[in-house]
Design a protein around this ligand. Structure first.
Ligand SMILES: Cc1ncc(COP(=O)(O)O)c(C=O)c1O
Length: 411
């Protein structure tokens, strides 16, 4: 599924010339296809149609209000991890009964707010959090639905920095502890534990970690059921990987859907998913300009106006994002090229290519698959304003979040 293609030498996103958009907007900027977002959502929904899950978009992957409003129109729910994300999801019109709240360090204020909004589930991640929720609910004289996030002790075989399901990871509650919490709260008038949730990591490309997780979940539910404890919800988290580079293998979503459907035949639970990357990653490119080309003995440094503060994933996780020229010039570089940003850090570097298309200073390029954890991970490091987010609108564009003003950063 690609949203961009060359027409002659020029790169287009949907039917819009990226070059023309860049003439009207200062680079760097994120450029989105809302059509692609819709396509992704329908593909996900359709693939899981037998299970008919509640799809709670992981807001952390892309907290742009327009993106959330578009997802809301498609009937998406939201997975949030802070009061800010919760407020944004509500502002986008997402109904509270389609919102789940994850995270290991929810504060009293955050829990209080979530409870007052009557969201679907708070996914609790420790006994202390369960007790805190219970205390708040008691004060409010209400009963709150929660789920427990299990730590299934599964290695997701993904980038180590985004693994969350091993017992040494800070996320979730061990199986023994979770079982104890269920038992201890059977008679609690202020909380009802209605579900369990798992999220073992992100950018997972193999099915086996998900299969292993389901096995663990299966055993756990059986143990609950044997003790006459029945749950309503099973939140399977997100984590489905995408192909960042053309040669990358694809995650088999259809096979995963079959496995989940088969699993749920027995329990008939309401399944929840929290996909982020799978829905948003390929909806955006990041357009940047070549500021300088600096030649050293064995390579050309292509110095871009986009840096690690605009696209953090390569510096944070060594992730690869393909870089395409907006206009294909004739000829190739005769040395390798290394794309770098302008930030004063050695980790501010992106891709290295042999035989890259000739570029000159002032030319435009774009990074692909940056709709997830792109703008959302960006920062003001080096006092650089957060860049604009623009969406294609027919043959033209609309700004869906303006670039920050430098004067606001130096107040
Ligand atoms: C609890 C939880 N749910 C969902 C997600 C979304 O993950 P992904 O974008 O890989 O689908 C994350 C991301 O780390 C998460 O922590």
């Amino acid at each position: 599924m690609t949203i961009f293609k060359y027409r002659g030498k020029n790169l287009y996103l949907e039917n819009a010339s990226i070059d023309k958009i860049a003439k009207k907007n200062p680079t760097p900027f994120y450029l989105y296809s809302l059509k692609q977002l819709e396509k992704n959502f329908y593909y996900f929904q359709n693939t899981f149609r037998k299970t008919s899950p509640l799809i709670c978009f992981a807001v952390k992957s892309n907290p742009n209000l327009t993106i959330l409003k578009n997802l809301q129109k498609l009937n998406s729910g939201a997975d949030v991890v802070s009061i800010g994300e919760l407020q944004l999801a509500l502002k986008a019109g997402i109904q509270p009964n389609k919102i789940v709240f994850s995270g290991i360090g929810k504060t009293k204020e955050e829990l209080d707010f979530a409870i007052s909004k009557k969201i679907l589930l708070i996914n609790a991640e420790s006994e202390s959090e369960v007790n805190q929720i219970s205390k708040i609910a008691k004060n409010k004289k209400c009963r709150v639905a929660i789920s427990l996030r299990l730590n299934p002790n599964i290695n997701a075989n993904t980038i180590s920095k985004i693994s969350t399901g091993k017992k040494s990871d800070k996320f979730g509650i061990s199986l023994e502890e979770s079982y104890k919490i269920f038992i201890n709260n059977i008679k609690n008038k202020n909380i009802s534990i209605e579900g369990i949730s798992v999220h073992i990591g992100s950018q997972i490309k193999q099915l086996s970690p998900f299969q292993k997780t389901l096995k663990v979940v299966d055993k756990f539910i059986q143990k609950l059921n044997n003790n006459k404890i029945f749950i309503k919800y099973l939140d399977l988290g997100g984590g489905m990987g995408i192909s960042y580079l053309p040669k990358d293998t694809k995650f088999n979503l259809k096979e995963y859907a079959k496995i989940v459907d088969q699993f749920n035949q027995r329990y008939k639970l309401k399944i929840i998913f929290e996909p982020g990357r799978y829905l948003s990653a390929n909806t955006a490119i990041l357009v940047a300009k070549v500021i300088y080309i600096k030649k050293i003995q064995d390579r050309n440094f292509i110095i871009l106006d986009a840096g690690m503060n605009d696209l953090m994933r390569p510096a944070l996780y060594d992730s690869k994002h393909e870089i395409l020229p907006i206009q294909k010039n004739k000829g190739k570089f005769n040395k390798k090229v290394e794309f770098v940003g302008p930030i004063c850090e050695s980790t501010d570097k992106f891709m290295t290519y042999l035989n890259y298309y000739k570029l000159k200073e002032g030319d435009l390029v774009c990074f692909t698959n940056v709709g997830a954890y792109g703008r959302s991970l960006s920062s003001n490091y080096n006092i650089r304003p957060l860049i604009a987010e623009i969406a294609i609108n027919k043959n033209s564009f609309k700004i869906i979040r303006p670039r920050q003003k430098l004067k606001d950063l130096i107040k």
